[in-house]
Design a protein around this ligand. Sequence first.
Ligand SMILES: NC(=O)c1ccc[n+]([C@@H]2O[C@H](COP(=O)([O-])OP(=O)(O)OC[C@H]3O[C@@H](n4cnc5c(N)ncnc54)[C@H](O)[C@@H]3O)[C@@H](O)[C@H]2O)c1
Length: 494
Amino acid sequence: MQLARHGEMLAIEARGHSLARRDGIGAAARVGLRDCGLAGDDGTLEQSLAVDDQVVGLAAQLLTKLAHLPPGLEPEQLSTPTAQGDRYDAVDRRMHPGYVGESLLDHPVDAGLRVLPGQITECGQVVHHIAERGSLDQKDAHRRWTEGACRIAESADYSDSALAAACRTHSGLSMKILLTGCAGFIGMHVAERLLARGDQVVGVDNLNDYYDVALKQARLARLSTSAGFRFARSDIADRQAMAELFASDRPDAVINLAAQAGVRYSLQNPLAYADSNLLGFVNVLEGCRQTGVRHLVYASSSSVYGGNQKLPFAETDNVDHPVSLYAATKKANELMAYSYSHLYTLPCTGLRFFTVYGPWGRPDMAYFSFTQAILGGRPIDVFNQGKMRRDFTYIDDIVEGVIRVLDRPPEGVPPHALYNIGNHEPVELMQFIDILETALGKKATRRFLPMQPGDVPATYADISALRQATGFAPTTPLAEGIARFVDWYRSYFA
Ligand SMILES: NC(=O)c1ccc[n+]([C@@H]2O[C@H](COP(=O)([O-])OP(=O)(O)OC[C@H]3O[C@@H](n4cnc5c(N)ncnc54)[C@H](O)[C@@H]3O)[C@@H](O)[C@H]2O)c1
């Protein structure tokens, strides 16, 4: 029974391909060791618990059959059977815990134990450490580790996220995160993920009426069912309210997603951008500085690249020519964060999001308004005669990237990092419309129009820097993501 649970825990790591769950395993191992009276604070143990993101990410993708293989590497090379029929991770030639987890689930206990000793990465090394320190044989060492880890599993309602959350909480890894824009599209999804892994979230939003407030309320209602969530209705542009919030809550980390979004609206109401994106952002920076926040992650945008011709867009490209005020405020945020990083050693990471889409999305974005129009039998406005390309990025991939970044504050001088976060697979607008029509089972009537002021013809993210730093690798094909959006849309508006 215990071993079955242990197997499940390992399998969760591999299947979940998420940092939260990965940390859950690491945390479980730590608490397991402590409970066994074998915990040490030596660096070797820490090292043995460390996980190589690239390896875990790749193995997880393989298990979910969504691998983007590194160039020159064939699938058969990645999983090399040995005489015993064990599977090894080709990247570091050691058996990956995910496979062990699967073995444990699929085999009786003894068979599971036979494949374990010395063969797996971090978990195997933990067992090895226990054995060495406690002068135990591998089998006893493994049993003791498992018992400790299972105690945590039993203390929670047993499910993937409950387990991960319990592990995180018990091991003191959980954080208090102040998340602005929590009732927004990306904010809600990020908050859900943080709460699921056992972090506390103080969510800030002013619930403005830029789009349907009922949708924001509905997102908030989802978050409010979680005990770790607290909502503070506040405007980030309100200096005093923000100073008080920071002082009373003293968050470990901050994720700033609150902003006046949308390129087109910035031509109509520029002052909304000045208030939320400029004044509001300084208030967030000040709050971080005053309370010694460990890491600020903030939203920038692909729109900073303006009409740049060179594709894909890379962080090293010149972005001094914004074609909308929205883009100018996002570029300003990057500069402001850099200066705080430089002056006050505040660790900051900016993320340039590329056209994020998915369930609970934003009604002002094309995929959402196209869906409304097509289902309502109205024509859709196709700008620039359809000659546009967008690097659509699915929300779950974005959340994965945000969490990976959050857990790795930059350590350079100054501690500031800036990454593109996109799908690295731009799609022609006309092809996008075809995909949407298929998902909806209904044809669109297209109304072709000229390019809109402030818009850009193409976006395409070079994501190699983020991949290098965190192992980030988006996995959701557009057709799948759009189908999920359409499912949500139909049920939400049913
Ligand atoms: N969705 C995308 O494709 C995309 C692309 C590039 C950048 N971004 C950026 O990512 C962030 C999140 O975007 P989103 O798509 O979730 O947008 P969203 O509009 O759904 O979410 C933003 C949330 O912030 C809140 N907000 C706005 N101004 C505020 C203020 N002054 N005080 C408190 N709350 C305020 C809004 O009420 C909203 O709930 C934004 O900064 C946006 O500019 C998004």
